[in-house]
Design a protein around this ligand. Sequence first.
Ligand SMILES: *[C@@H]1O[C@H](CO)[C@@H](O)[C@H](O)[C@H]1NC(C)=O
Ligand SMILES: *[C@@H]1O[C@H](CO)[C@@H](O)[C@H](O)[C@H]1NC(C)=O
Ligand SMILES: *[C@@H]1O[C@H](CO)[C@@H](O)[C@H](O)[C@H]1NC(C)=O
Length: 232
Amino acid sequence: MRLSALVVAIAVLAHGVSSQYLWSELIHDQHSSPAYVRQQRTSRPVTDVSSDALQCGDRPLPAHTLQLPAGAKIGFRLKQGRFLPKVIKDLGPVSIYVGLVPTGKSFETWDGSGAQWVKLSEWGPAFHPFTFESYHKHKFTTIFPQPSPDGLYYIRLEQISLEDPGKPMLWVSCAQVNLTNGGDFKPTMHPLPGVYNASDPGLAVNIYHPIPMHYAVPGPMPLVPSNYTVSE
Ligand SMILES: *[C@@H]1O[C@H](CO)[C@@H](O)[C@H](O)[C@H]1NC(C)=O
Ligand SMILES: *[C@@H]1O[C@H](CO)[C@@H](O)[C@H](O)[C@H]1NC(C)=O
Ligand SMILES: *[C@@H]1O[C@H](CO)[C@@H](O)[C@H](O)[C@H]1NC(C)=O
């Protein structure tokens, strides 16, 4: 290989190396555990918002199911490791969704399809200067609303990296819970994939030129009031 070709190859490699974000721990009230999270087999983000991998990643491993009382604090913590980022270093929103397993199905038999997903919370943009609430954070929590019906749910975190304009990277993770002591509130549920379109401004935006003056997090409106959301 000629030197110039080698230099180009190294430059391409260096540019292609981006941070890997693995949301491997579920936070529930004062506890935190990887046992209830469907761990990823690969450390690659989802890049096609119409693929089934948008739900919980690419064929994640099965997990244990946590008995969770409605109204509990829930969230995710970023996996720590020598070669992993300690905090989010990419600009983009973070959201937490829940996916209700349909009656008669289990985590093993439900493929995630149907209008069964609800966005609980989101961490969006900030301005002057333009940034995101999730920047330099590693832990995101909200509450599982008390009136939610009992049942099996995925709790799903989604971190969108907008660093490469027009090519958003989505880092997703699902935990398995069995909700008890809930109520009979029935929010509008959405299909996943289905809530996003690659041409959504919140996904296709170029965050560098021009620097956005406004930005809407893609997907439905969050259900939980924002004063219940915490990030650190
Ligand atoms: C969920 O909790 C209910 C109530 O405690 C229990 O009857 C049911 O077996 C649990 N299901 C799973 C899959 O853990
Ligand atoms: C995405 O948006 C484009 C342009 O508005 C539209 O033609 C297309 O049908 C949409 N796709 C989905 C999956 O909603
Ligand atoms: C959030 O605000 C509502 C009223 O707007 C209040 O009732 C509730 O206690 C607040 N919760 C927290 C955790 O601050």
